[in-house]
Design a protein around this ligand. Structure first.
Ligand code: NAP
Length: 315
């Protein structure tokens, strides 16, 4: 049996607890040895307030998983890469495109692996959808990604700040699937972004894309949906139609469900990270983030009613 990679986690918040810690515990390729978080601790490992303190104190750490918000990720990732650690980035990989280029170059210089993860690409319907679409001509795509921000992001102020992406935080998951399954890339042609008057990031967005062979794609992201939540992608082709629903967990082709499996996205992420480390390769695809950057560049901004975490709250 090969030695396990000594792994540390940075930014112990919702996603670290919900997904990373359980998936790391299930993966024999990794041994969680430490955590760095200003306010949180992980039982059973060494804990530090900052990543720098942790890396100073524990040179045996070989890899770090960065689970803090995107605005705080680059500095820690750069430091870890300079010290020769393999780095896993939560999505979105950073607050800008150019900072990710910098990290990719550092990983190459240091001879370590950088993995910019897109968890939705590990949803069970995504690879079968990609396989089915290969060789077909895509005519249209419709994405509806609508959820209740108060349920999924309670009190997360960073998500409303510049770099937090607002509704693109979940919307980029749909774009990560789109950019994986389409046989050829699309480009953004128009966008409408709805900003609450008291926030620096959009609560809703409508995007239009164009692609080769008259392909037209539309995406609607909305954080104001209560009740049932919607994470659907419908693709019409010259030879049938495909529906990916439940965020990619269920795939139907021409009306018949062909694949449906329990969610195991983060197990897939850690299996891939182990593979990248073994081969000393990186996996950094910024195409979902590029579409978001294009939306901010080309989007028409409208101001909508203020958003408060507690309905009815003012100020
Ligand atoms: P979160 O609960 O707010 O946790 C992030 C943790 O990072 C915080 O608890 C905080 O811990 C630490 N942190 C370090 N610097 C910070 C800063 N400047 N501002 C705020 N927190 C900081 O967020 P999350 O939901 O886990 O999301 C983190 C990342 O995972 C995001 O990029 C998000 O898109 C991605 N993600 C989230 C989900 C989800 O369902 N929540 C799903 C998939 C991916 P300390 O205060 O202890 O340092």
């Amino acid at each position: 049996m090969t030695a396990r990679t000594a792994l540390a986690i940075v930014g112990v918040g919702k996603i670290a607890r919900d997904q990373h810690l359980p998936s790391i515990a299930r993966n024999p390729a990794f041994e969680l040895v430490a955590a760095a978080s200003r306010h949180a601790r992980v039982d059973g490992v060494e804990n530090f307030a900052t990543a720098a303190e942790m890396l100073d104190a524990m040179p045996a750490i070989e890899a770090v998983a960065l689970c803090m918000p995107p605005q705080a990720r680059h500095a820690v990732a750069a430091e870890a890469l300079r010290r020769g650690k393999h780095v896993l980035l939560e999505k979105p990989p950073g607050a800008t495109l150019s900072e990710i280029d910098h990290l990719a170059a550092l990983a190459e210089t240091s001879g370590v692996s950088l993995f910019a993860t897109w968890h939705s690409r590990f949803a069970p319907g995504v690879e079968p959808a990609r396989d089915w679409l290969a060789g077909r001509t895509v005519q249209s795509v419709r994405i509806d990604w609508m959820e209740d921000v108060r349920h999924w992001h309670p009190g997360q102020d960073w998500i409303w700040e510049p770099g937090g992406l607002g509704v693109f935080d979940p919307g980029i998951n749909a774009l990560s699937i789109l950019t994986r399954i389409l046989p050829e890339p699309v480009w953004l042609t128009a966008a409408e972004l709805s900003f609450p008057e008291n926030r620096a990031a959009p609560i809703a967005a409508r995007l239009s894309f164009q692609g080769p062979a008259e392909l037209a794609a539309e995406a609607v992201f909305d954080w104001r949906q209560t009740g049932p939540q919607t994470w659907d992608i419908v693709v019409e082709t010259d030879a049938g139609s495909l529906v990916l629903s439940a965020g990619g967990a269920r795939l139907a082709i021409d009306g018949a469900v062909v694949s449906e499996a329990p969610e195991a996205e983060y197990d897939g992420i850690y299996a891939r990270f182990a593979e990248l480390i073994a081969k000393r390769e990186s996996d950094v695809d910024v195409s979902p983030l590029r579409h978001v950057a294009d939306a901010f560049m080309l989007g028409r901004r409208t101001v909508v009613e203020p958003f408060h975490d507690q309905p009815g709250e003012a100020g």
